[in-house]
Design a protein around this ligand. Structure first.
Ligand code: S3P
Length: 176
């Protein structure tokens, strides 16, 4: 049985919500790379971008991936850009189930507009177009390491978590 599950994909696909549910069901630890970065830096990600730039954020991200990717019995959720770095991919995919979550750009827009957290990479005047172009530029890199792909556009986070759970545990019942 896989004991390390990595959830990744674009902003707003539901990684953190799905990851928390899944970790609870599996009785695994839950680690969110963005949260770990914020803990280490002592400031929210958008301030990290603002004060030190994206490159500094990516360096911290890489360090956090190095630490968390060796853990066991863990669900790891990554930021939307984590998997664009080949070193991160190499570290994360070793012995892990790599789950790509996707969603339609319009759905993503709806979700990120509702969400409180400030996303520096989406601070454009035409957010939908920004989402579409960023997403298509990342598509190949997202698809490459995926063992499982789940479109979360029209399903609940619980349903998405259940699909992953079933993939890992086969027949074992999921109790809501
Ligand atoms: C980023 C996604 C964000 C966060 C940072 C950069 C990206 O995480 O890591 O703002 O490059 O797509 P979420 O995907 O959790 O929003």
């Amino acid at each position: 049985m896989m004991t390390r599950i990595v959830l990744y994909g674009f902003m707003g696909v539901g990684k953190s919500v799905v990851g928390k549910i899944l970790a609870e069901k599996l009785r695994f630890d839950f680690v969110d790379t963005d949260k770990e970065i914020e803990k280490k830096a002592g400031i929210p990600i958008h301030l990290l971008f603002e004060r030190f730039g994206e490159a500094e954020f990516r360096t911290l991200e890489r360090n956090i991936v190095e630490i968390t990717s060796s853990k066991d019995r863990v669900v790891i959720t990554c930021g939307g850009g984590t998997i664009l770095d080949p070193v991160n991919v190499q570290r994360l995919k070793r012995g892990s189930l790599m789950v790509l979550l996707t969603a339609e750009p319009e759905i993503i827009l709806e979700r990120v507009n509702k969400d409180q957290s400030i996303r520096p990479l989406l601070s454009a005047s035409d957010r939908l177009n920004r989402i579409k172009s960023l997403m298509s530029s990342r598509l190949d890199k997202y698809l490459e390491p995926a063992n499982l792909i789940i479109d979360t556009s029209n399903i609940t986070p619980e349903d998405a978590a259940r699909k992953i759970f079933e993939k890992i545990l086969g027949g074992k019942p999921w109790t809501s």
